[in-house]
Design a protein around this ligand. Structure first.
Ligand SMILES: Cc1ncc(COP(=O)(O)O)c(C=O)c1O
Length: 395
């Protein structure tokens, strides 16, 4: 045992506490829903989950999980290529490919794993990855594992992207990757312009659509559908852990060749267990439920418009946008943490984010709206935001 090691960690943790940057975990004592029972706080309105469609406790989705458990048991106890591939994987992957408008799809245990396993097998020293500067951490870490070169372009800056594409013409493959919806900003990537540039410079266009799948577009197919470009993005990674039931799971959708290659070579495919079959069955039920209940999307976007409008009427200045991610920048990390903690005391569960999750000086609270919210939940949150925001001098 090296006590010095633990002592150093303890000092650094203490420093995080002193600087107001230490995040306390809050324990939910029931289901993920519009309102949750939070240990020590009781019933609070939940505006910090990615449960955009309210499917985490949707009976049809839970039934799917139960059916999956009954038929396939608790887990696979194997990676896919040994004996961890079940018929439900094929069924879900065919469904996801159809939903995404691609030829094929392959599941992973999470979108983090999908992104981590995406780049290294497909790209090497002859290739370059061109990445938005605010891409999700899982994209950044996935890129670190690849031997391909990396170029970073300015956030959603099409001039910067074009300049990078112009300067990288000697590479064999140029692989452009962006979040479809940026999780901390709620901004939507400009895919039509990106597609045009990728076509002009013969580059592959890839997106991580985790915050858009089941959220954007007329039928919830994500950012491409939002831009009327369904089926026009080369590679899509996404999660089954947010709008589509909130279970564990992620996937890559693309051409047959991309999916086949990943199945053969992706290390987070080869060296970790397959997605649990009950989660596959639940995710399948979630996609089917969305297809049968398009009203959920209408309610989600109605709620979002209402919340944004009322928030602005109170004097807040949220980052503009059309997604159910509604961030309000308040400055430094301790301010965001204080606002979030005082909101919780007033029955509104909204998380504050600071550095290193977001750049220094742009700490924020992020309100996430769901189709599960009723007006009464949103109004209760807005009342708390009015009281605390006035008291802290934010509005
Ligand atoms: C853009 C993006 N990609 C990937 C992930 C990871 O998804 P998962 O929870 O399936 O690993 C997240 C989750 O926060 C995300 O926001």
């Amino acid at each position: 045992m090296t006590q010095a090691f633990d002592d150093r960690l303890a000092r650094e943790l203490e420093q995080m506490r002193e600087e107001g940057e230490y995040q306390e975990a809050r324990h939910i004592q029931g289901r993920q829903s519009a309102v949750v029972e939070l240990e020590e706080y009781g019933e609070v309105v939940n505006l910090c989950s990615n449960n955009y469609l309210g499917l985490c406790d949707e009976p049809e989705v839970m039934e799917g999980v139960k059916r999956g458990t009954e038929r396939y048991g608790a887990g696979t106890s194997s990676v896919r290529f040994i004996c961890g591939t079940f018929e439900i994987h094929r069924e879900l992957e065919e469904k996801l490919a159809d939903f995404m408008g691609t030829e094929a799809a392959v599941t992973y245990t999470s979108c983090w794993n999908a992104n981590e396993g995406l780049f290294a097998p497909l790209l090497d020293e002859e290739d370059v990855i061109i990445s938005d500067e605010l891409n999700h951490a899982s994209i950044i870490d996935g890129i670190r594992l690849a031997s391909a070169d990396l170029e970073i372009y300015g956030h959603m800056d099409m001039e910067s992207l074009e300049e990078t594409l112009r300067e990288t013409q000697d590479y064999r493959t140029r692989f452009v990757i962006t979040d479809g919806v940026f999780s901390m900003e709620g901004e939507i990537a400009p895919l039509p312009e990106m597609r045009e540039l990728c076509d002009e410079y013969d580059a592959v266009l890839a997106i991580d659509d985790s915050h858009a799948t089941g959220v954007l577009g007329e039928t919830g197919r994500g950012t491409p559908e939002f831009h009327d470009m369904h089926g026009e993005v080369d590679v899509i990674t996404s999660t089954l852990g947010k709008a589509l039931g909130g279970m564990a799971g992620g996937y890559v959708a693309g051409s047959r060749e991309v999916v086949d290659y990943l199945t053969q070579e992706s290390r987070t495919q080869l060296f970790t267990n397959a997605m649990p079959p009950h989660s596959c069955a639940g995710a399948l039920a979630a996609v089917e439920h969305l297809e049968e209940n398009p009203g959920l999307l209408e309610k989600l976007h109605d709620n979002t418009r209402y919340f944004r409008r009322e928030l602005e009427a109170l004097g807040y200045d949220p980052i503009e946008g059309e997604t159910p991610i509604v961030p309000v920048i308040v400055g430094e990390t301790p301010d965001a943490i204080e606002l979030s903690s005082r909101l919780l005391d007033h029955g509104a569960f909204v998380i504050g984010f600071g550095y290193p999750v977001v750049p220094k000086g742009t700490a924020r609270i992020r309100c996430q709206i769901s189709a599960a919210h009723e007006r009464e939940h949103l109004d209760r949150t807005l009342d708390a935001l009015e009281t605390i925001g006035t008291d802290m001098g934010i509005i």
